[in-house]
Structures are given as C-alpha cells and as structure tokens.
Write a protein of this length. Structure first.
Length: 245
C-alpha cells in the first residue's frame, strides 16, 4: 500500500494524559493525527512575576517551537500555544537548558498567584516575597487528592481573588486572614474564613502545612479541598486543625 494511503499515526489518550501531567495540554483538533495535533506548553510563574531574561527566553522558545505567540493564563502564568507534536521533545530539552521551568500540573500544589503587594498603594504585605516563600516550602507537595491552588492578596480589595482558591491569604495590619476551600469553575465555592489567627509568617507557614496535611489525609481521590470540607464539615475540619496545632 502506498505510504500516502496508510492511516496516519495517532496520539493516544495515554500519551495525552502523560503529557498533561507535565503541563503540556492537547489543543482542540480534527482527530488525533500526530501531523495535525497541536499542544500548549505551560511555563512556571510564581506570583505573576517574571524577569526580563525569562521573558526573552519564553519569546525565543515560542518563535522556535510554536507560532511566535505567548498566552497569559488566568493564574498569571505563561504558555506557548500551537506547538506541533513532533516539536515537543525538542521544546522540552530546550526548556531544561533555559532559565524557565515547566508549570506544575496534576494532583499537587500549583503555582502561587499574588497581587503586586507593597508596590501597590493599598498593599499591606510583601505578597511577592510571600508567594515565593510559599512555593519554595510547598511547591513540591504532590500526591494530593486533587490540585491545590493558593492565592495571596495584599489588602481587602483582594485583586488576586483568594476566596476562590483552595487556600486564600489576605494581608492586613494585624497579620494574615485565611480562607479555605474556595474554587471557581463549573461548581464555584466561596472559601470559608478561618477563625484561627496567623500574626506572622512563621505562624502562617505552620498553619498552611497543617491545612495541606489535613487535605492529604482526609480528601478522597479527585475530590477538591472545598468538597472534602463540605463532606466532613467545616466544624470538624477546624477541630482537627486546632487539635494538632
């Protein structure tokens, strides 16, 4: 049979799932032909802050392996869209040699979202520094029941929308206010305000560890944090956290 008449190799569902775990997402396409499939590759950004060096590197990769465009995600990240399937191995190797990292994906703590913080006239805390500290401490947490999103706001304007994240942090003159179990999407849930004070960064980090540990133990597979709280009850969640603390 002539090569032109042979069926085109396809990208299997297993391949697509494995790529998704590496923050490489299949785009809509007419079929699953390797010659026609395009992918979007997400790049790690913490707190919405990128150096000029990283921006230049991202632009170079987008020109070389995509179609010369970059997309800003709703969680302050960057992604390179329209990457052909055949170029994915080359792009992944280039990423490893660049100052960039692949975004976090799967059942883990995702990149931290944060507002400008102290260089906004309303900011009361260093949100950028806190986002960086949070990611360094918790950014390697994996094997959670589901994804876990964190957002940091520097004041009550809450521009980073902490109340619709699994864990939301809002700075105030008295320290940190925390909300838990929020999420957006098809079934949005407003986060519950945590009536446990965190007066400083040390207390905050300790409390966040207790919260993530609780979710890791009590959440069912593929169950978001807010759904786990609703199933077990917010009072019981509070009791568990305060008992450990």
């Amino acid at each position: 049979m002539p090569k032109s008449l042979l069926p085109e190799p396809i990208v299997t569902a297993a391949e697509i799932a494995a790529l998704k775990d590496s923050a490489i997402y299949a785009e809509k396409a007419a079929g699953l032909s390797r010659n026609r499939m395009r992918f979007t590759v997400r790049i790690l950004v913490v707190g919405g802050l990128m150096t000029a060096e990283k921006l230049r590197a991202a632009a170079t990769l987008a020109n070389r392996y995509g179609n010369g465009t970059l997309h800003l995600t709703t969680r302050q990240g960057f992604e390179i869209p329209h990457v052909p399937y055949q170029k994915l191995p080359l792009l992944r190797k280039a990423l490893e040699k660049s100052p960039l990292e692949s975004a976090r994906s799967g059942k883990c703590v995702r990149a931290i979202v944060a507002c400008p913080g102290t260089y906004c006239k309303f900011g009361t805390i260093d949100t950028q520094g806190l986002a960086d500290a949070l990611f360094k401490k918790f950014g390697k947490r994996k094997n959670l029941p589901h994804k876990f999103k964190i957002a940091v706001a520097g004041c009550r304007h809450c521009c980073s929308k902490p109340q619709i994240n699994d864990l939301g942090i809002m700075g105030s003159a008295r320290g940190f206010e925390i909300s838990v179990g929020g999420m957006s999407g098809k079934s949005p849930r407003w986060g519950d305000k945590l009536p446990i004070p965190a007066k400083n960064k040390t207390e905050l980090l300790r409390l966040i560890k207790l919260i993530i540990d609780w979710y890791a133990v009590h959440g069912n597979d593929k169950e978001r944090f807010g759904a786990a709280i609703d199933r077990i009850s917010f009072p019981r969640f509070l009791e568990d956290i305060q008992t450990v603390s």
